[in-house]
Write a protein that binds this ligand. Structure first.
Ligand code: TXA
Ligand code: MG
Length: 316
């Protein structure tokens, strides 16, 4: 395919390419090219202490880049790869320090997107790819979002349509072989526990040295954003303002609201997570005074979505 060949061309020249994945679009570069990797940090305005995820094209490659792999990591990989799961494992020496911010662990992910898998298979190096957005802003879930952020500064966007999961991958690491969720994401804790039994979730409201990217303010619109359980009370409180409202499934009828976004009329978590960032992007472009977002029920992907909402609404 012509687009894949174009992407290969740029990546081999140490340039960056935006890639589609099932979660969000990534800003990808050759992990072994210092030039490309520095460019990722610069373009995103991302601090160098925040490590990057390494995208591989098959589960076998786990052993190329990681060592002392726990049994449960293999189980998770065989059950959920390709898919929205990132494994934090002890790194081998071939992974450059700039990728891991000098840490002893590497984050590995086998994404589930036809085009990107094909692209990875056509390269003889893995791709480092953080989400393709400036540091701290809402992640992109379609090619237009990426273009709106970077325009011509980015040589090439591989357009793979809208992302099907719509929020970032779940990050799982290990402490003495015991699994830990470091970032809630598109793979629910329930699904993980069904596969490997109970898993600890770190309270990533605290400073989490293992995932420094888990800063509390993140995934945030530029517009002031409030997240609430009782969205109707909030609408009443702010109805003198120009507000946009994102609800899980409820269709309210407050004439004061400028724009409504309903994530899933049938209360389907997958549909809601697929729609979340697009809704946030749309409202953020409308020059509103305030975005009000309704919290989801706190289980399954609702937990992951609520985590994102909390960060989106943090002031600092
Ligand atoms: O769904 C996803 O994971 C997307 C797509 C593009 O694959 N990528 C993504 O990357 O969300 P990014 O860079 O936006 O978030 C990666 C997170 C950061 O919080 C980072 O700190 C953490 O993973 N991370 C990466 N490598 C790590 C490491 N060696 N140790 C601890 N945390 C790590
Ligand atoms: Mg990100």
């Amino acid at each position: 395919m012509k687009e894949i060949q174009q992407a290969v061309h740029y990546l081999k020249k140490n340039q960056l390419v935006a890639i589609p994945t099932e979660t969000v679009y990534g800003l990808a570069g050759n992990i072994f090219s210092e030039k490309a990797i520095k460019n990722i940090f610069e373009l995103k305005n991302r601090p160098l202490f925040n490590p990057l995820i390494v995208h591989i094209s098959s589960s076998d490659q786990m052993g190329w880049y990681a060592r002392e792999i726990p049994e449960k990591a293999y189980q998770l990989a065989s059950k959920f790869w390709p898919g929205p799961l990132t494994l934090l494992l002890k790194k081998k020496n071939n992974i450059p320090d700039i990728i891991t911010a000098g840490k002893d662990t590497v984050a590995l992910r086998l994404p589930n997107h036809k085009l990107t898998l094909k692209l990875l298979q056509n390269l003889d190096f893995p791709l480092a790819a953080p989400s393709a957005n400036p540091f701290g802003s809402i992640s992109p879930t379609n090619a237009q979002h990426v273009y709106d952020y970077f325009g011509e500064e980015l040589p090439f966007i591989l357009d793979g349509g809208p992302c099907t999961s719509g929020i970032e991958s779940t990050i799982v690491g290990f402490e003495n072989e015991n699994p830990i969720v470091y970032r809630l994401g598109a793979l629910s804790v329930e699904e993980i526990e069904e596969a490997i039994g109970p898993i600890r979730i770190t309270n990533h409201k605290e400073v989490n040295p293992n995932a420094p990217g888990m800063l509390s303010k993140h995934y945030a619109p530029r517009t002031n954003t409030i997240v609430s359980d009782s969205i109707d009370a909030m609408i009443k409180k702010y109805e003198r303002n120009k507000i946009g409202v994102i609800t899980f499934s409820t269709q309210f009828d407050f004439p004061a609201v400028h724009q409504y976004e309903i994530l899933s009329k049938s209360r389907n978590f997958k549909e809601a997570s697929r729609n979340l960032y697009s809704a946030m992007h749309r409202l953020d472009r409308m020059k509103l005074d305030l975005i009000l977002i309704e919290k989801l029920p706190h289980y399954d992907l609702g937990t992951s979505i609520n985590d994102r909402l909390e960060r989106a609404s943090k002031r600092e």
